[in-house]
Design a protein around this ligand. Structure first.
Ligand code: TEU
Length: 537
């Protein structure tokens, strides 16, 4: 396999609005990220993926961009951004920005001009039709909004404040490529591409994701930008299959470094109500999906590895046990993730086992998706009761991932001396960075160890390039697999449940790499609730 600079790197995702506020306005800022670079360096991460910090009306917390080349004042200035890039580089950390180019904000100058009249040169930067079709918005309701100024509908797969761009317009595309290269010239090392599988849409044939023109468009973009800068790129592609993953990430395609696929995330989602009507996690189904993506992906393609991000409930609350087993459970999920082949992503707070939050009232929530779906399912269509809906929000609502980062026991968990834009989780009193750094067997130091293993002389190549060999077991909750590279062999055994499991082991053990329980072994290895054991043999 052709080696890439990012192959053995670990990515940390920051949702700036909730990371660290240095001005006291209750909103995280770029200076707050600079202040925490030492912490991130100590954790051992190599790349920071920054959720959007561009100028935005914040209808979707920055995923509605009004100016791609201006920093939103709530996050700071362009000088702050340039300083972050500079300071991060001094810590050998690369900055990757979030590229939201399927749509802009309705406050973007392009859209403001496009709306003025039909003759405007920016009119065709967006998608206009005389009649609406029955395509729905991801956030509920129609994907069409009527504009009275010009008596036409415009298309928006997300909120009506996020009009979709027309990627068939060549001038728009090249304006975008100029912007992308402008950011590379500032020293960033890559991009996370928001819902990039939507830019090939063919809405007159009811095709939104994975359209016929998708890969030619990504190739054109990549050749005009990413390939020129040996960039790290990860595309968000919700519906991608393991075969389609190679179309994006096989280097011979010259498109992207990797994609975020969501088959493991949506495995217990309802076909119509998605995250708002889920079934309990089926661990065998999760195991089979993770193993499939490890063993069936094209040998030259590349996996991203994640359980958390800014759109998902936190994994210990969503799939595990965020009560008595919270820390053990966090370590177990992290061990499975980081011992697989691909690029691990750590979402802010995951490294200290932050959990979901339970606000009592719907008005305590900020997320446009939660509010839109509450209105649609509970109020308008009455297909769900209030209690049932709130239970699903407690599991999968996006605000669970957006509560302020919990730094210490001080007011607001040390996130802000002001009034935070989203109420902190009150458990910051016992789940916080400060306590984690003081406890040698904390979740933080477990993540630090996992990341160190990936960079170690002895096991770095095995974990980065080694083959993945699944082992069959009689237990759904026992994730047992091996990693082999040249003469190195590692076995990974994680109990992703509360019932004890065991497996026979007759071979010698060369070195215990991870042991989160007091695991005894003599011919039989027994793992109790959420124990994780990794050893070389
Ligand atoms: O998310 C795409 C997306 O579809 C998810 O928001 C998903 O729809 C939802 O969480 C599942 O119900 C990307 C960004 O990650 C998200 O934050 C933005 O809201 C969205 O695109 C629009 O830019």
């Amino acid at each position: 396999m052709q080696t890439k600079w990012w192959h053995n790197k670990v990515v940390y995702q920051i949702y700036p609005k909730s990371f660290n506020d240095t001005t006291g306005d209750g909103i995280g800022d770029i200076k707050g990220i600079i202040e925490k670079l030492e912490y991130l360096c100590f954790l051992g991460i190599d790349i920071i993926w920054l959720s959007p910090v561009y100028e935005s009306p914040m209808k979707d917390n920055g995923y509605d961009i009004a100016n791609y080349q201006k920093i939103d004042p709530s996050f700071g200035t362009m000088a702050d951004m340039e300083q972050l890039i500079y300071e991060a580089k001094k810590h050998d950390i690369s900055i990757v920005m979030d590229l939201v180019i399927n749509h802009t904000s309705d406050q973007h100058p392009w859209f403001i001009k496009a709306k003025k009249n039909k003759r405007n040169k920016y009119r065709d930067y967006y998608i206009w039709r005389d009649e609406a079709t029955d395509i729905g918005s991801v956030f509920g309701g129609s994907a069409w909004e009527f504009d009275e100024t010009t008596d036409q509908y415009y298309f928006h797969l997300f909120t009506k404040e996020q009009p979709d761009l027309n990627w068939q317009n060549k001038k728009m595309r090249h304006d975008m490529y100029d912007m992308i290269n402008w950011w590379f010239d500032k020293g960033i090392r890559g991009f996370r591409l928001d819902v990039i599988d939507l830019i090939g849409k063919d809405i007159d044939n009811n095709i939104t994701a994975n359209g016929p023109r998708l890969h030619p468009l990504i190739k054109e973009m990549s050749n005009a930008t990413f390939q020129k800068h040996d960039a790290f790129t990860v595309g968000e592609t919700w519906g991608a299959s393991v075969d389609e993953a190679a179309l994006y990430s096989n280097p011979s395609q010259q498109e992207l470094s990797m994609i975020f696929q969501f088959e493991h995330i949506t495995l217990n989602w309802h076909p119509e109500f998605n995250k708002f009507k889920t079934t309990p996690l089926n661990r065998l189904a999760l195991k089979n999906i993770l193993y499939k993506w490890q063993t069936e992906i094209h040998p030259n393609a590349w996996n991203s590895l994640f359980f958390n991000n800014h759109d998902l409930g936190r994994v210990t609350s969503r799939w595990g046990n965020d009560g008595i087993y919270n820390e053990q459970c966090a370590k177990a999920f992290a061990t499975v993730l980081h011992m697989m082949k691909g690029t691990p992503f750590v979402y802010q707070g995951e490294e200290i086992a932050m959990t979901n939050v339970k606000y009592q009232h719907i008005d305590d929530y900020n997320d446009i998706e939660i509010h839109n779906r509450y209105h649609e399912y509970v109020i308008e269509r009455q297909v769900m009761g209030q209690k049932e809906f709130m239970q699903q929000v407690y599991l999968n609502g996006r605000d669970n991932a957006r509560t302020p980062m919990q730094w210490d026991k001080s007011i607001n968990g040390g996130f802000s001396i002001g009034s935070p834009w989203l109420r902190p989780n009150s458990n910051y009193l016992f789940i916080n960075v400060d306590d984690n750094l003081k406890q040698k067997n904390s979740v933080f130091y477990h993540y630090q160890k996992l990341i160190q293993l990936r960079k170690s002389d002895n096991y770095g190549n095995t974990l980065t390039y080694g083959s993945f060999i699944p082992k069959t077991t009689e237990y759904d909750n026992l994730f047992l697999f091996e990693r082999h590279y040249e003469e190195k062999r590692i076995i990974v055994a994680v109990n992703l449940g509360e019932q004890s499991v065991s497996f026979n082991w007759e071979n010698s053990i060369d070195e215990i790499l991870i042991n989160t329980g007091q695991i005894d072994y003599f011919k039989t290895v027994t793992l109790n609730a959420y124990d994780a054991l990794v050893f070389a043999y």
